[in-house]
Write a protein that binds this ligand. Structure first.
Ligand SMILES: [Fe+2]
Ligand SMILES: [Fe+2]
Length: 230
C-alpha cells in the first residue's frame, strides 16, 4: 500500500486534511517499513481473511478517534506496533511445550521485541518507551500475558528470541517490569497503567469484535485452526 492509498483510506473514513497530515507524519516510518508492508498481504491473515496490516490500520484509526487528553502520537505508535508479531498464526500447526506459550499469550511480547528492534528511534526517550511498551504488552488485557522473570533463557519459546540480545538492556528491563505487573502465578492480568495503552486496548477490542464475523474465526482464537482460510 502506498502513502497515497493510505491517504485515500483515511479520507474515506472521514478524516479531515489536518488530521490526515498529523497521522501520516506520526506513523509514516512504520507504515512504509518492509516489516509493516509485508503484513498487509493475505499470508498474514489475522482475523478470518483480514490481513494483519489492515487490522492494525483500523485499530490505529479507531485509536485516533478515541484519543482525548492524552499523547496522541504515542497512542498512534502503540496502535501501529501492538500486533507486530513475527509469523502468521492461523492454521500453522505451531507446537509449543506449554499451553501458555501459544500465540494468544506471547504475541504481545513478540510484538514488543520486534517493534523495539525495528523502530529503535521511537524507544530512545525512555519515558516514551515505558508508555509504548506497557501499551503493547497489555493490549489484550484482561487476557493474560505469559510472563517470565528474565530473558536469560527462551523459557517462553519466543520465535524472535534472537532479537532480545540486540535490543538495549534498558529496553529489556522495561519490558520485564511491564510483564511482571499484577502477576498471578506465571500470568500477568492488567490493563496498561498509561491512558494511551488503555485507549489502544479499547480500540483493538472494538475492531476485533467487528472483524470476527463467524464461529470459525472465533474458534481459531482458542485452537489456532480456521476452516474458513487456507
Ligand atoms: Fe493482539
Ligand atoms: Fe490487535
Amino acid at each position: 500500500m502506498t502513502l497515497e492509498e493510505l491517504k485515500i483510506l483515511l479520507k474515506n473514513n472521514n478524516f479531515k486534511d489536518n488530521e490526515i497530515e498529523e497521522i501520516i507524519t506520526t506513523i509514516k516510518h512504520i507504515f512504509l517499513s518492509y516489516e509493516f508492508q509485508k503484513r498487509l498481504s493475505k499470508k498474514y491473515s489475522h482475523h478470518g481473511n483480514i490481513p494483519l496490516g489492515i487490522h492494525i490500520l483500523e485499530v490505529m484509526m479507531k485509536t485516533y478517534r478515541l484519543s482525548k487528553k492524552c499523547n496522541k502520537k504515542l497512542a498512534l505508535k502503540i496502535a501501529m506496533m501492538h500486533d507486530l508479531y513475527t509469523n502468521p498464526w492461523q492454521n500453522k500447526k505451531i507446537k509449543k511445550s506449554s499451553f501458555f506459550h501459544k500465540h494468544g499469550f506471547v504475541h504481545p511480547i513478540e510484538a514488543c521485541i520486534n517493534a523495539s528492534f525495528w523502530y529503535k528511534n521511537d524507544f530512545q526517550d525512555l519515558d516514551h518507551a515505558k508508555i509504548i511498551i506497557d501499551g503493547i504488552i497489555h493490549h489484550m488485557a484482561h487476557f493474560p500475558v505469559a510472563v517470565t522473570k528474565s530473558f536469560t533463557t527462551n523459557e517462553l519459546e519466543l520465535i524472535n528470541y534472537d532479537k532480545i540480545s540486540k535490543i538495549s538492556p534498558e529496553i529489556r528491563e522495561i519490558i520485564i517490569d511491564s510483564l511482571n505487573r499484577k502477576k498471578i502465578g506465571r500470568l500477568s492480568f492488567c490493563k496498561s497503567k498509561f491512558k494511551e495503552g488503555r485507549i489502544v486496548r479499547l480500540a483493538d477490542h472494538l475492531i476485533s469484535f467487528k472483524q470476527i464475523t463467524n464461529f470459525w474465526d472465533l474458534l481459531a482464537l482458542i485452537n489456532g485452526k480456521n476452516r474458513n482460510i487456507k
